[in-house]
Design a protein around this ligand. Structure first.
Ligand SMILES: Nc1ncnc2c1ncn2[C@@H]1O[C@H](COP(=O)(O)OP(=O)(O)OP(=O)(O)O)[C@@H](O)[C@H]1O
Ligand SMILES: CC(=O)C(=O)O
Ligand SMILES: [K+]
Ligand SMILES: [Mg+2]
Length: 588
């Protein structure tokens, strides 16, 4: 006789072989296997009413804008509340938890979106990470943005992380004497110079920030502004001045990036010696540490050493901080050292803007795919950035080609998409965000239905990353998710994976397996919660949990049921840092 089972605990011994966890193994419970200890227990949970007195509903002020339709009237007493924001709540409820968006969204904040109301609109629209670019804005300006985001998190339960992006020592033009732009016409003669002018810049003269400029460049070289938006050829050198003729006319924007090309190759002379982290960057990094940003994205990384150096600097400056370092892959030199760079970092960004100015454009898509796959192998989150919806800076709808580009990133299962000018200074930041959201949802659904992604099997974890037993447990849990369980004659698929994780590592490993259902990640601090918000498929919550999994689960179920985010009968797969086991639980 099969007893009626509300919970099953599948405990894996440390010698457990993950090959035993093929989905069919779990087609029916119970399924005793010699290598798999299945303990059939009395229901793990007290009836829900028995734990109600232990539950505190989130502060009403945090839920002011949300009306739970079926929240029972629980009496508040004890434990820390679990913060849930409106955007997550809506996304989880809209089509059921399995349809929750998995791909995360980073929005660059600029003049168009720096106010509290605009930031709130982005938060409600699904922004997971706010990026501030230290190429622009004063510390004071950026501090306001950080304060607004923090207020949204505190008052509305969001988990928006702050990413600070360094300027790096790229070669760029001056600020055009304060003009918003300047037009270069075909055949016009312009002077590029290391001299600086303040506000009285002579006509058709551009100052360049890099002292070695006139030595590095030769007559006949091509000078590309913003990767080729405007193009010049060098005709003459006179001391510090480089005289150029415009061959591709266009609009010059303040501080635009400059690259020089000789015989079809990028010129790398003294400029290759520029430090990745300039003295200005170090000051900005000190500022970021003091402000408690969640991520520092390092521009123009060339080698792993600079990442290691920055990480030890952060550790010595602020031992308690949890700042993650993201390597921006946008320099031609980084491509030779990709493996070591990504391994040394806490994540990577495919910065296609500058990358496309350093390698031929037709190479960018394959480099993108390679980096996305490598990051998955090395268990590091990856962001794909730049020009995803460039036309939406000016227009309310994207081009079909842009939609196809975003779709490809989603299909590659990158962790996050990034908006740059679209959200920083475009006309339609909220619409651009909505396009990323709806394309992600649609393509993710299509991939799940048709299994359009290359393979379900995650790429083998690199031997340079030791994921050990937690890694095997997470892979196993991700596979179980695709099984159909028969419980009391009902066929059930898992609604969610739950992971209780102190550092976030176990949640990352689960995310890496790209399972078929969302991952509710419970972390004890809001900084771990924010950091996890960058990663694919994770729905991070802040929860003050204990080592007693039974009480953790009781508490979590009560809180989530009260918010209508799970319901009795849902099947949940549970893993944690504390137990080397996978539990399959039918929500009481
Ligand atoms: N804080 C800001 N203040 C003013 N303008 C901004 C700000 N942040 C971004 N912008 C505008 O938005 C555009 C795109 O922003 P973004 O920061 O993504 O630039 P990027 O050139 O793609 O990045 P990077 O400089 O790291 O290569 C910028 O060129 C700039 O015009
Ligand atoms: C984002 C960025 O830095 C780039 O695309 O160049
Ligand atoms: K930057
Ligand atoms: Mg860049």
């Amino acid at each position: 006789m099969t007893p009626s089972i509300t919970s099953q605990s599948l405990r894996l011994s440390s010698s457990f072989s993950i090959a035993a966890l093929q989905p069919h193994t779990f087609s029916k419970i119970p399924l005793p296997k010699s290598h798999l200890r299945v303990s059939r227990q009395a229901p793990l949970f007290k009836p829900i009413s028995a734990v109600q007195s232990n539950v505190l509903l989130p502060d009403a002020s945090k839920t002011a804008t949300f009306q739970p339709s079926n929240a029972p009237h629980l009496t508040a007493v004890n434990t820390e509340a679990m913060e849930v924001d409106r955007a997550t709540e809506v996304e989880l409820k809209e089509n059921g938890s399995r349809s929750k968006r998995r791909t995360k969204i980073v929005c660059t904040i600029g003049p168009r979106t720096c106010g509290f109301d605009e930031l709130e609109a982005l938060a409600v629209g699904g922004m997971n990470v706010a990026r501030i670019n230290m190429c622009h804005g004063t510390h004071e300006w950026n501090r306001k943005v950080i304060e607004h985001v923090r207020r949204l998190n505190e008052e509305r339960g969001f988990a928006i992380a702050i990413m600070m992006d360094t300027q790096g020592s790229e070669i760029h033009m001056g600020d055009l004497g304060g003009a918003t732009s300047s037009k270069a016409e075909d055949g016009e003669i312009w002077t590029f110079t290391v001299r600086s002018f303040g506000s009285n810049c002579p006509e058709r003269t551009i100052s360049v920030n890099y002292d070695g400029f006139a030595e590095d460049i030769k007559v006949g070289d091509e000078l590309l502004v913003d990767g080729g938006m405007v193009r010049f050829v060098v005709t003459e050198k006179i001391g510090p001045d480089v005289i150029c003729c415009c061959t591709d006319p266009g609009l010059l924007l303040p501080r635009a990036n400059l690259t020089f090309w000789r015989n079809g190759s990028l010129v790398q002379e003294h400029n290759a010696m520029l430090p990745t982290i300039s003295s200005k960057d170090w000051l900005d990094i000190d500022y970021g540490i003091a402000e408690g940003v969640d991520f520092i994205a390092v521009s123009f990384v060339k080698s792993a050493e600079v990442i290691k150096h920055l990480k030890s600097y952060i550790a010595s400056r602020s031992p308690a901080s949890n700042i993650a370092v993201i390597a921006k892959i946008e320099s031609i030199d980084s491509l030779k050292n990709l493996n070591e760079i990504i391994l040394a970092s806490d994540g990577a960004m495919v910065a296609r803007g500058d990358l496309g100015a350093q390698v031929p454009l037709e190479q960018v898509p394959s480099i993108q795919e390679k980096i996305v796959q490598l990051c998955r192998q090395l268990n590091k989150p990856v962001i794909v950035a730049s020009q995803l919806l460039e036309s939406m800076i000016e227009y309310p709808i994207p081009t079909r080609a842009e939609v196809a580009d975003v779709s490809e990133v989603v299909r590659q299962q990158a962790d996050a998409l990034m908006l740059s000018g679209e959200s920083a200074m475009g006309q339609f930041p909220d619409k651009a965000l909505a396009v990323l959201r709806s394309v992600s949802l649609r393509i993710e659904k299509w991939c799940r239905e048709g299994k359009q992604h290359a393979t379900f099997e995650p790429p083998p974890i690199s031997s340079s990353v030791s994921a050990g037993i937690p890694g095997e447990i997470c892979n196993g849990a991700a596979k179980i998710v695709t099984s159909v369980f028969e419980l009391s004659a009902n066929k059930l698929k898992a609604s969610a994976l739950f992971v209780y994780t102190k550092t976030g590592q176990m949640a990352s490993l689960l995310s890496r397996s790209r399972p078929d259902c969302p991952i509710f990640a419970f972390a004890p601090t809001s900084s771990v919660r924010r950091r996890l918000n960058l990663q694919w498929g994770l729905v991070p919550f802040c929860l003050n949990f204990s080592d007693d999994m039974e009480s953790n689960l009781n508490q979590t179920f009560s809180l989530l049921k009260a918010r209508g985010l799970i319901k009795s009968g849902d099947l949940i797969i549970v893993v944690s840092d504390m137990l080397q086991s996978i539990q399959v639980i039918n929500v009481p």
